[in-house]
Design a protein around this ligand. Structure first.
Ligand code: DPP
Ligand code: ZN
Length: 854
């Protein structure tokens, strides 16, 4: 496959100021007539080149006259043009009902819909399918009136009518020039939940959430989240919505979570549909975050888009940062930060440490779909957060104002954004730019020395960025570190919180008048996305977990204490449980703490995260060590868990930060009670399972039963399945719970579930629920006989024939072979080699598998 390089960027030879699309919609054969007004850009004398994929050219006209001097170069349509401005028409036929890739125009449960980012538009019609060609679209759709009563596209509706042949039509017009990846169309039998929003300047916007009629009762939460997002973006960034309508459509088959098409967002139904009986608190939160994310893209992505796909983080990193800030404002900012950091460590840190590591602004790709990664999104968001920290709120807002003013209506670069940060603040971010070009998670070692007599404390900081593919040698980065010292004896803060910009490999900070032994609180709020290695003792970590005034640092100290304990137990079988038990007891006994925070703080790090700390992952030993610590915590604190379980029971279901916190803590307590081996737990969990008035509690009870050996286990799995038969989003949970099982038989169960009548690779959510979840079940996936590796490879090869993009997303667990013992590594490599050798493999899967072998 061809490699595309950032350095090869050239401006487009032709612009397309106007695009008119006429769709004659039919699931088997949709005719697309495109009329492009094209103008030569600059001095380039070349022909017009239009990207295409999979469709047959039926006719080409230039300025109204049929021509036959066009040619195909691969799938690119070459049209020679004499002048500098022409009207070029093409006609093609496509088959949405045979589109299993879910890119371009496809059918999902009888609804015709589109997904164009990144390069799906070329599967609909011939077009310069690149983000720096901005065009004004008008769209006409004609379709069977009974089957497709609702016809939607971008922008505002302008006209519609009925024909006498049973078909009807609608025209939509989008006044904002946009790249082709933001085009969207939906046709189907849909019901709408309508709302309205009046913008700060008084514009009335009609909102609509479109779903199947039976799903309508599950759309209120999404609609509410949309209104909150619109108000938040006005208040926090001064950004107002710009069209008369804003529509969201939910479909069941979707590769991404959602898509920010101008004025017509299309969503994976799992990020729209919610009611208490079917959606967990986690689902409710995720829906609000994704609705906000896609809405925020209207300014960060749509009004200002990306010049080329190497700049993807320009819109994604900033928009993730914006949705994270939005969610933080809806409830506990501390808990939101903890969740985001946990997510970063679960997905981005391993990516950055493995064979698929790439910079936030990549240099090269074979398949752009492979770069919708945790690095582009989540590390990208951390970069924006660091700049916001360095600038402070006033300058950061001035800088984003400048960015919106200056780049509105254009296709911009990451560099444009950083320059706005510099210009509005007067700061020099030259060194900071390394964050865009260097891959790898920096490691920071911190050691604090105190000379008791002189009252001087010396903090030595040293950073190191590990080598990543193609980048053997790294320069030191700019790390914004928030830190503070506390007195070990008095528990008092000895300093203010300081923001230090570390930009050397080695630096020493000196603190004077430190009258008692200091304890270091560092990287407070996770101000820099780095791994901190400090020489803090278990006692100091326990101290911070009880005393630190920064909630993130407090959580982090507990995590570090747990991690140190688990690593020691894994390596040498050492039992240091007591320190963790005491620290957890302390946290549980602190009445001042938010319930949601307590629930997060007392959870053990995942098996995968423990594995990431070790030179070689021993999945079985990690599992045993973690289970032993869970048992110890469950047993030693049994009465506290039982008390928390009872004390946090609630009356009727409410979705509020407080009610969520109680549910979370109560379910964490249930988990520890189960770990304690207390005999009453099976019955307790079963009672909760049956009596629950919400999915959070029901699924937590199911997880507890499904992970153990309880007599109630088979009945619970069966009852859950039967209660929710036909609700695919809930049946996904049923598959996922079993794929994530901690039981010894998890891998065999997963292999069997792949033959369940409800399992299908054609639906990405279902594929992710079983195959994707299994890939992150460290112990089951890495079973010593290689059954897990073989299963994943088999599934990926099948899925690749249907949907290469989703297949490639599920491959990374096989690329972790360097982290394991030689026998496992050999088994994993053999599966990667089997994948690479497969005839007809997609470039998506080829790129991921071949890079994982290298
Ligand atoms: N651009 C989408 C999103 O991140 C993904 N295709 O919202
Ligand atoms: Zn996005």
């Amino acid at each position: 496959p061809q490699t595309i390089r950032r350095g090869d960027y050239r401006p487009p030879a032709w612009m397309v100021p106007e695009t008119r699309l006429d769709f004659d919609l039919d699931p088997a054969a949709t005719r697309v007539h495109a009329t492009l007004t094209v103008t030569r850009n600059g001095a380039d004398a070349g022909p017009l080149r239009l990207d295409g994929a999979g469709q047959a050219v039926q006719a080409v006209r230039v300025d109204g006259v049929a021509v036959d001097d066009w040619a195909l170069e691969g799938e690119t349509l070459i049209v020679p043009l004499a002048g500098d401005a022409h009207v070029v028409e093409t006609e093609v036929t496509i088959a949405p009902d045979r589109n299993t890739q879910l890119m371009g125009l496809y059918a999902s449960g009888g609804i015709l819909c589109t997904q164009c980012e990144a390069e799906g538009f070329r599967r609909i019609t011939y077009f310069p399918d690149r983000p720096d060609v901005l065009s004004r679209y008008s769209v006409r759709m004609t379709a069977d009136r009974a089957r497709y009563p609702v016809l939607l596209s971008n922008g505002d509706p302008v006209a519609s009518g009925v024909q006498d042949d049973g078909r009807h039509w609608a025209e939509w017009n989008d006044p904002f020039p946009k790249p082709s990846y933001l085009f969207a169309l939906v046709a189907g039998e849909l019901a709408v939940n309508r709302g309205s929003f009046t913008t700060q300047s008084g514009r009335a916007v009609e909102l609509g959430i479109w779903v199947r009629a039976t799903d309508l009762p599950r759309t209120d939460h999404a609609l509410h989240a949309l209104k909150l997002s619109m108000a938040w973006d006005e208040r926090v960034y001064g950004r107002e919505y710009d069209l008369d309508v804003f529509n969201i459509v939910a479909v069941d088959d979707f590769n991404f979570g959602a898509m920010e098409n101008k004025g017509l967002n299309i969503f994976n139904s799992r990020y729209i549909l919610a009611d208490p009986d079917t959606a967990t608190d986690y689902d409710y939160d995720a829906i609000a975050a994704v609705v906000a994310h896609e809405y925020f893209h209207n300014w960060t992505g749509n009004r200002i888009t990306c010049r080329d796909w190497f700049q993807l983080s320009l819109k994604e990193g900033f928009t993730v940062y914006r949705d994270q800030s939005f969610s933080a404002d809806q409830g506990s900012a501390a808990v939101k930060r903890i969740e985001d950091v946990r997510g970063l460590r679960a997905s981005q840190f391993p990516e950055d440490a493995g064979p698929l590591a790439h910079p936030v602004r990549p240099e090269a790709y074979q398949e752009i779909n492979n770069f919708y990664t945790a690095t582009i999104y989540n590390k990208g968001a951390e970069l924006i957060r660091m700049m916001a920290t360095i600038l402070g709120p006033t300058d950061f807002r001035a800088a984003t104002d400048l960015y919106f003013r200056e780049f509105d209506g254009t296709a911009a670069t990451c560099e444009d954004f950083v320059r706005c940060m510099e210009r509005a603040s007067g700061r020099d971010l030259s060194r900071f730019r390394l964050w865009y070009s260097q891959a790898g998670t920096p490691r920071l070692s911190a050691s604090l020395l105190h000379s008791a007599g002189g009252g001087r404390a010396t903090l030595r900081l040293a950073q190191h960025v590990p080598a990543t593919p193609g980048q053997p040698i790294k320069a030191p980065m700019v790390l914004p570190l928030k830190l503070r010292l506390f007195g070990a004896e008095t528990g008092r803060p000895l300093t203010e919180e300081r923001l230090v910009l570390l930009d050397e490999a080695d630096e020493t900070l000196v603190f004077e008048a430190v009258t008692e032994r200091p304890v270091l609180s560092i990287n407070r709020g996770f101000s820099a996305p780095v791994v901190v290695e400090s020489d803090r003792s278990a006692a100091d970590l326990a101290f911070l977990s009880a005393q630190d005034d920064d909630p993130f640092a407090r959580y982090e100290a507990m995590q570090q204490l747990m991690l140190d304990t688990l690593v020691a137990a894994t390596i040498s079988g050492e039992d240091r449980h007591q320190a963790v038990v005491d620290a957890v007891a302390n946290t549980l006994d602190d009445p001042e703490l938010d319930r949601a925070f307590v629930a997060e703080a007392v959870l053990l790090p995942s098996e995968a995260f423990v594995g990431d700390q070790l030179a070689e992952v021993d999945p079985e030993a990690i599992h045993q060590a973690r289970e032993a610590l869970r048992r110890a915590l469950g047993g030693a604190l049994h009465d506290r868990w039982a008390h928390l379980y009872a004390a946090n029971a609630q009356g009727g279901y409410v979705y509020s930060p407080e009610a969520k916190g109680k549910r979370r803590l109560r379910n964490v307590a249930l988990g520890y009670l189960a770990a304690s081996g207390a005999p009453e737990v099976g019955a307790l969990a079963w009672r909760q399972f049956e009596a629950a008035d919400n999915m959070t509690d029901r699924q937590a009870a199911l997880n507890t039963l499904a992970n153990g050996d309880f007599a109630e286990r088979p009945a619970a799995l069966d009852a859950f399945y039967r209660r929710y038969a036909g609700n695919s989003l809930v049946i996904d949970k049923w598959f996922q719970t079993q794929a994530l099982s901690t039981r010894d038989d998890a891998a065999d169960a997963v292999v069997a579930l792949a033959r369940h009548p409800d399992f299908t690779l054609a639906n990405p959510n279902r594929a992710r629920a079983l195959v994707g979840a299994f890939g992150v079940n460290q112990r089951a996936f890495n079973r010593a006989d290689g059954a897990g590796y073989r299963f994943l490879a088999d599934q990926l090869l099948q899925l690749d024939r249907l949907n290469p993009q989703t297949a490639a997303k599920l491959l990374p667990p096989l690329g972790r072979w360097r982290r394991f013992d030689a026998p496992r590594a050999a088994l994993m490599r053999a599966e990667l080699e089997r994948i690479v050798a497969q005839p007809g493999l997609s470039k998506d899967l080829f790129e991921q598998a071949s890079k994982s072998l290298a």
